[in-house]
Design a protein around this ligand. Structure first.
Ligand code: SF4
Length: 400
């Protein structure tokens, strides 16, 4: 893959934004025009503007503004990768109220993969992927040695595969089980082969909300501290937001603001992944849920608030391919991967197709009017591709 990131573009996205024609839907709305002015002059909107946008902005103008910001950073490019999810275990000592994945140790469907079984899951996909995404429940007995052995053997067998693994709460749990600090756990696992950390488990970074939906999980501060520790050790991480449970708009904005603050400090987040709660009749019956419009609204406001996180993902495993395509016109620039296998969202009711090939993802992106770019897991190498599999290489790829 070619590496053609442009560090200069970091400085100039606001200049590009200021030069773009302003659609009528933005010019004619005081709130949206004021948000546009804040972004094009200072590159940042305030929390109060973010809250007004979340609650009051008309959706068409809001998505148009988010799309302008996306274009000022990434032009027509939309990123994807070729990956596989392998969950290490569904046994979990916690019982978050929204979770459809966890099982108690004696449940008939409980499982824990041995190292060999884990490698066996990757084997059939290994030739076509360059990332394995692995998270799991909080296993009652596994310590850092188990994960270190897993990553070591994975790297030995599949040296080309990037290991993106462990949520913040798993890292906290492993540190407690192993009598090590969070930093020591991350350092040990980095040496063993851990390449980056996904963002799962952020939910909403407001402790009163966490207390209602995932009591016993790490606090908001602990989530941020664990990601900060990874950034200090030069392990890149990602961040997420689970919305549509019991949170208010201002709590969503607080969440975005806390992530933005940490990114100002460390610049260690690669991608932000907002996704709605997928409900059934048994979990969190009081959840407010999110319509497709609400999903697009949250993705748009995320793009506008998180000026310092380059990539906003339309996580198609959760929101489905159709809404993910729409999200590309609402500020998202990444559509996730081919995803050979996935369990967590599918346990919660996702019907999104698994095991797409590169051409399928390219077609999805092209149908939405964008240019597919295959990326690596750290967004440092890119390959411009097309569903016809013809190399295009026309436009420079801009990274902001
Ligand atoms: S969300 Fe994670 S920590 Fe919570 S119950 Fe499910 S597997 Fe366990």
């Amino acid at each position: 893959m070619q590496s053609i990131a442009s560090p200069e573009s970091n400085l100039y996205w606001t200049t590009r934004l200021a030069k773009m024609p302003i659609p009528h839907s933005i010019r004619s709305n005081k709130l949206l025009y004021s948000a546009y002015s804040e972004l094009s002059s200072r590159g940042r909107i305030s929390e109060s503007t973010g809250l007004l946008l979340m609650d009051e902005a008309p959706l068409s103008g809001l998505t148009a503004l988010a799309s302008m910001v996306k274009h000022s950073k990434h032009s027509d490019d939309v990123f994807f990768n070729e990956n596989l999810h392998v969950n290490t275990t569904n046994i979990c000592v916690l019982a978050c109220r929204f979770c459809a994945f966890r099982k108690g140790p004696r449940h008939k469907d409980a499982y824990e993969l041995s190292v060999e079984e884990y490698l066996h899951r990757i084997e059939p996909y290994a030739e076509h992927i360059d990332e394995v995404h692995s998270v799991g429940g909080l296993h009652p007995t596994w310590t850092v040695e188990h994960y270190a052995e897993l990553y070591r053997q994975c790297k030995q067998r599949f040296p080309h595969i990037h290991i993106k693994s462990l949520t913040a709460i798993e890292i906290k749990h492993i540190s407690e089980r192993s009598n090590l600090s969070v930093g020591e756990v991350i350092e040990t696992l980095k040496e063993a082969g851990l390449d980056s950390i996904p963002g799962g488990g952020a939910e909403i970074l407001v402790d009163s909300v966490r207390d209602r939906i995932c009591r016993g999980k790490e606090s908001s501060q602990e989530y941020l501290d664990i990601h900060r520790a990874a950034h200090i050790l030069e392990v890149p991480t990602n961040c997420t937001m689970l919305f549509g449970t019991v949170e208010s708009s201002s709590e969503r904005i607080k969440h975005l603001s806390l992530l933005r603050e940490l990114q100002d400090e460390t610049n260690g987040f690669q991608c932000f992944v907002p996704y709605p709660f997928l409900h059934d009749k048994t979990r969190l019956p009081e959840a407010q849920l999110a319509s497709s419009n609400e999903i697009l609204r949250v993705i748009s406001v995320s793009r506008l608030m998180l000026d310092n996180i380059s990539h906003i993902k339309a996580y198609r495993m959760n929101i489905g391919d159709a809404v993910a395509q729409m999200a590309l016109s609402a500020g998202a620039d990444d559509i996730d991967g081919t995803v050979g296998h996935e369990e967590i969202m599918h346990s919660a009711g996702s019907k999104t197709r698994l095991d797409s090939c590169r051409e399928d993802i390219c077609r999805l992106i092209e149908e939405a009017g964008f240019a597919p770019v295959k990326r690596n897991s750290t967004y440092s190498e890119f390959e411009r591709v097309a569903s016809s599999d013809t190399e295009l290489n026309v436009l420079p790829i801009i990274q902001v």
